[in-house]
Design a protein around this ligand. Structure first.
Ligand code: ZN
Length: 85
């Protein structure tokens, strides 16, 4: 299985501030836990990006992406990048 892309520093900072790095939503659903780690899913219906993290701990340690980058994020990127006329 291909690993999901590593979180960038900017994405880690977004998660540390409680926001989904893909769509900016401040809401997450809590999923399965294992040891110190918890799986969370973005609550934005169009996004649903999933991350594995240690709740309450800032920084890159223990944080990873566990789903494909969401279509919502792709749609946002599509709005930012436009074809040259
Ligand atoms: Zn999201």
């Amino acid at each position: 299985m291909k690993p999901y892309p590593k979180l960038t520093n900017a994405e880690v900072q977004q998660l540390d501030s409680g926001k989904c790095p893909d769509c900016g939503s401040p809401s997450f659903f809590i999923g399965p836990r294992g040891g110190m780690n918890t799986n969370v899913r973005c609550a934005n219906d169009k996004c649903k990006s999933e991350f594995n993290l240690i709740l309450g701990m800032d920084g890159a340690f223990g944080k990873e992406r566990i789903s494909e980058k969401s279509p919502a994020a792709m749609a946002i990127l599509d709005q930012v990048f436009k074809p040259i006329d």
